[in-house]
Write a new protein. Sequence first.
Lengths: 642, 136, 175
Amino acid sequence: MIAEAGLAALWLAAGLAAYQFLLMILALRSNLEVARPMRAVAVVQGGLTLVAFAMLLLVFARSDMSVALVFENSHSAKPFIYKVAGAWGNHEGSMLMWVTILAVAGAFLALFSRRTTERTLIAGLGSQAVLALGFYAFLLFASNPFARLFPAPMDGQGLNPLLQDPGLAFHPPTLYLGYVGLSVAFSLAVGALLTGEVDSRLARAMRPWVLGAWILLTLGITAGSYWAYYELGWGGYWFWDPVENASLMPWLAATALLHSMNVLAARGALKAWTMMLAVIAFSMSMVGTFLVRSGILTSVHAFAIDPQRGTFLLVLLAIYVGAAFTLFALRGASLKEGAPFELVSRESGLVVNNLILSVILGIVFLGTLYPLFVEALSGEKLSVGAPYFNAVAGPLALILAVLVGVGPLLSWRSERRPVFRQLRVPALLGLSALVITMILAPDIHILPRLGFVVAAYLIAAAVLPLVGRNPLRAPLATWGMVVAHLGIAVALTGMAANAAFSSERLGIAKPGDTLSVGPWLVQLEGVTPTAGKNFTAVEAELRATRGEGAVILNPQTHYYSDPPTETNESAIRTFWNGQLYTVIGKSDASGGWQLRLWWKPFVTLIWAGGALIAMGGALALLGRIWRRRRLSSGEWRRKGYA
Amino acid sequence: MNRLSFLLAILVAQPLLADSSLPPAYWANRQLPDSRQEAKAEALMAEVRCLVCQGQSIADSDAELAGDMRDLIRRRIAAGEKPSAIQGWLVQRYGTWISYKPTDEPAAWPLWLAPFGLLLVGLWFVRRRIGQRRRG
Amino acid sequence: MSKAIRFAPLALLLLVIVALVWRLATPVDTNVHSKLAGRPVPFFTLAAALPTKPTVSSTDLATGQPRLVNIFASWCVPCVSEVKVLQSLKSRGVPIDGIDIRDRPADLTDFLARNGDPYERIGSDPQSQLQIALGSSGVPESFIVDGKGIIRYQHIGAIQASDMPMILTKLEQAK
């Protein structure tokens, strides 16, 4: 009965979403009084999806094989934690998670949004309801997670050991919260376009949502990158694969939105552009979901492609994005641009930030879809990969990083003070980085060299907003900005160091042989067979030394029988100044083993930078919420949810 | 499961397709002694798509054919052939699809022009917006 | 904001949707087609795969009559069933040459003894070098080469019994 209860909850939630949408239409056409039950409806709808999701977790936890999804993706012998994580480790479950987050976000919006006018909030909740409605339809008609099997099979098919990985279990929820969190910005933008109330209050209402979603996206992408780095066993951390691009595009749009929102909040300017970005950010989430779920761009094998589901998602995408764009086209003209600003001002700094981020977004979008356009028009197949994206996005990102140091120093509207003088120290640091790398490493490529220069400059420039004032009295949001911008400098240092100074050693070694990589001498002591719970393995013992002392690393190759697969388990040792990364491959006929060794100086800074960026976002979010609490606690009590 | 993780789960798991009984080619997993030549070879290998796994470059692939292609590229580089000539030779056989770097054929021109086009359009917008000051 | 600018996003969206619809309607072809179809076989020589059998070289493929060049290996599972189809092609007078990928003589001898030997000549390609030179990316694959040594057709995957009429027609056309 659990599965049926879940299904019933979904149907009820869908009904409430339809009702919620209807209420919006009635309210906007006649009077707002009609929409009085709207907040309650949104909250109950969110609650019902939580019930449905809980039911799904329950059938997975209980290994109820009469549910088709459990039978296909679980097994009674799985560890409990992976039984539960298996609930969202498949198409249907992940779509249920998607719609649950969507509806719960709507409930939170109904509960906590006090910033916008009642009219805009009602329009926004209506939009959120209609978004959810499409995905309910998708679940109920094309991806029912609660479908039963009769007779119930004895046990499930989902014992694939490769999918039992903590990274796989917790990475998707993080990204999903980020993707779907952007739906609130989308709905508020649509609501405001409907009511015509695009103003600074709207931007302040959007801000915590965009910040929250952006923090989770940043964390998700950073964690995913590190996971790829240690799992794939080739030392790379970003591959510009279509699926990675699908996660990067919403992040780029959200980053741009985060900055343009500030202009709208503080100055009431960039109205149309900010609304457009809010629409685009969630649209990119939907595009990403479509690309991955339909499987049309992932040329990696073994991907179950379901044209019916792909079509359904494409129809949803076309309806939602199309409707939002149409609304923009019809209402955009009535948006009065706010306070004017001069060429040298905080506003224009943020405009240039948005310009560059949007161009990068455009490049990633075009590069991802371009092969498809060419094949549709000419039948020729063409590839766009890392060499293109690095060559184009790299220089743009460096220019952006330079401007990151300048923008926060400028004042709103017009800058008359000689602020550029403050940049003398950062500029000097950048220059010395140039001279030092020229002397110590004359042969490195131009991009990493510029990376060092810009990073050195930015480390000093990023903290300037705290200089000359009491840092303890600076708003938390300013601290957040400084930390996030420092994170960029840190990540940039890691990327440049990895690109310029990584050493790689590929070779064949017999036990006793020594290979050198960077400053390290790595000796293959021996290779021993070993076994885990559900795999057999070979394990190498590597003794690495660089002068004094030695460290032992044990990379493995795992062989699984069901399904027959092998994985390389790299062994990585982290030092203060870099990582030693080792992989063991196949043996050749003569008793030698393939070894892949890397010494990657300061590579960990890449992910440390990502974490700092997310932390900066978290500080800013805390600052905003805290301040809002203080400012509106009186109003809060008066209008509290009842 | 989704996006990144879904893809990675598949990438990480190299399915045991029927593999031959011969060991990898000599230069498949060894580096050329001349580090300049090796750097050239590795740069090229990172741009060549693996035809078996199709989602990775041959530099990042365990497939046998990828190993044989690495061997071919290292041999030819060691013999003094230019990377662009080797790339051209591969494209002649497999089409531009094999190269992750869009080559200079007309179909790829829009890709290389796009960044400039997008920047120009953007700057035009920005100019309009900032120019408002004088009028307003 | 002018009307054109306001409607531009909508137009772009339409373009993208059209492309995506096209892709959904036209499934991805994951086969890698050799671009050498219609061109001469590149010059090559191979070592013999077996001491008892002659080897193939590019000059053997321009003998005035069309030939079938089969890329195979003893470790390749679909090749086992394909050999039977090749046998019946041979019995219809089709000359077949084999290119044996990454194989050992002992394994090959075993494979031919167990499944039959439709090949006139077999060359050994231990590091897939000829396979790459032909623009082939897997085993089994087959090429139809006409009397002048020009590649006329590439068959990706095993030739099934049901493909026989088609292969015979292609060979006829290559005359």
